[in-house]
Design a binder for this molecule. Structure first.
Ligand SMILES: [Co+2]
Length: 461
């Protein structure tokens, strides 16, 4: 799920490009936000051997990082994910705890940092940060993240087989949400169950010039996927608040192949640059360079692929899809850096249009505005809706579909007053100009002390 830049960073009224600048310094980390958990240090399994045994990999301790060489894990991973999918049903509905009896879930793609000798020279502040990161990213944290990622892979694997011309958006959303809830073993119906594990944010199904933040709302007109459509499928899975945010694009017509290739390459360039102390402005520059080296031929016209401004990648906190850091897809002034212990959604959007977005009419989802407590003046329906939101979503962004899944009815009036009081925020669809096509790819990466783990990596993207 893309993070929208603050209003000031949007396109100016005269269409001029307001140079986007994000916060100059790294925001302070609160212990609660970073979800510090007590625990023992866990091996990262970073030495890249062909160990098929996840349980064994999970208990290795204290490896020295290998010297900056990228490992060939592709084959290894393929074998693993095939093995783990072997008993999954079609459509996927078998709980992962039943497929992985030891409850050790496959690791993502482990990538050594380009320069990994920083361990030798740490200042005291760095040392403290390092310790905090080691403790935060312990076994439970990693296993929750890996379970969420494996759920994402298995569900999208099936969804890719049905995301073909003729399918409806609500069928896709039903399959994604039904699959995720079954695999994590939480249907999200009993009070508070959706907070244990389930959907991380509203299922994004954005077509063509809709860049992001569109979901099929209950009661709205059905939308059917067409041969000439470009569809971004962006969904999140959380386990104990550890959110995996990952997205891909499907297009039946091969004329869009280069657009998809541009965006996939741009996202991979961003992932490649990610690391401890990586400067975010450098990452943005690399993403833009990669993206804009591609062109697409549509109706006999050659169109350069533009990196979209106004949307960004972002860090992810526990139960909070958008943290305080943003990773733009265009060169942007910023002194922000990635830090060990961070979790980032690296996503990019490329467009055949203007590469700028504006809000469209409609609602994608809602999210609790943490800072706002209700005044006494709330109506009874608003109060009861707020309790439902706090009990079942907390700070997770949710859709009307998720409210109705809980059995909540007639929430429109209550929602209206929560919105006007600023207690709940809403998200609108974000669009480029009509007739343009936007693609997206996104992965979640853990900036671990000894290596980065592209947790959502699969053999598809
Ligand atoms: Co995202």
């Amino acid at each position: 799920m893309g993070s929208k830049t603050p209003e000031g960073d949007h396109e100016g009224p005269n269409g001029s490009s307001s140079c986007s600048t994000i916060a100059d310094v790294n925001p302070p980390k609160s212990a609660s936000a970073s979800g510090l958990l007590p625990g023992t240090l866990d091996g990262e399994g970073e030495n890249g051997d062909d160990d098929e045994d996840d349980a064994a990999a999970a208990i290795k301790l204290g490896h020295e990082p290998t010297n900056g060489k990228k490992k060939k894990r592709k084959n290894n991973q393929k074998k693993k994910s095939k093995a783990s999918k072997a008993h999954q049903a079609v459509p996927p509905r078998i709980e992962l705890d039943d497929l992985f009896q030891d409850q050790c879930y496959p690791e993502g793609e482990l990538v050594q940092y380009a320069c990994s000798n920083g361990n030798l020279r740490r200042t005291t502040a760095e040392e403290l940060r390092h310790q905090a990161a080691m403790e935060k990213m312990d076994g439970e944290f990693l296993n929750d993240y890996r379970k969420a990622a494996e759920t994402h892979r298995q569900v999208r694997h099936y969804v890719q087989t049905i995301a073909k011309p003729g399918v409806s958006m609500s069928t896709l959303a039903d399959e994604i949400e039904g699959g995720v809830r079954a695999l994590v073993g939480h249907q999200g119906i009993g009070t508070g169950d959706a907070l244990k594990a389930g959907m991380g944010f509203p299922t994004g199904l954005a077509l063509n010039n809709v860049a992001a933040h569109w979901t099929p709302n209950p009661g709205a007109k059905e939308v059917i996927l067409q041969y000439d459509d470009v569809l971004k499928i962006d969904f999140g899975v959380h386990v104990n608040g550890r959110i995996v945010d990952s997205a891909f694009t499907v297009a039946a017509n091969p004329v869009y192949d280069n657009l998809l290739a541009a965006v996939k390459a741009a996202t991979n360039a961003g992932l490649q640059e990610a690391g401890i102390d990586a400067r975010i402005d450098h990452i943005s520059e690399r993403i833009q360079e990669t993206m804009e080296s591609y062109e697409v031929e549509l109706n006999g016209k050659t169109i350069p692929v533009k990196a979209i401004r106004g949307l960004t990648g972002h860090d992810i906190l526990r139960y909070k899809i958008h943290g305080e850091k943003q990773v733009p897809f265009v060169k942007t002034k910023s002194n922000q850096r990635m830090e060990e212990g961070d979790v980032f959604a690296i996503e990019t959007f490329g467009s055949t249009g203007r590469g700028r977005i504006r809000d469209d009419v409609g609602v994608y989802g809602y999210g609790r505005n943490e800072g706002m407590t209700p005044s006494g003046a709330l109506s009874r329906p608003a109060k009861s809706l707020l309790k439902t939101i706090d009990d079942n979503f907390g700070t997770l962004v949710f859709s009307r579909r998720y409210l109705e899944h809980l059995g909540v009815k007639n929430y429109h009036l209550g929602m209206k007053s929560l919105l006007s009081e600023g207690i709940v925020d809403y998200y609108e669809p974000l669009i480029d100009i009509p007739g343009s096509y936007v693609a997206q790819f996104e992965h979640t990466v853990l900036i671990k002390p000894n290596c980065k783990e592209v947790i959502s990596r699969g053999d598809d993207y």
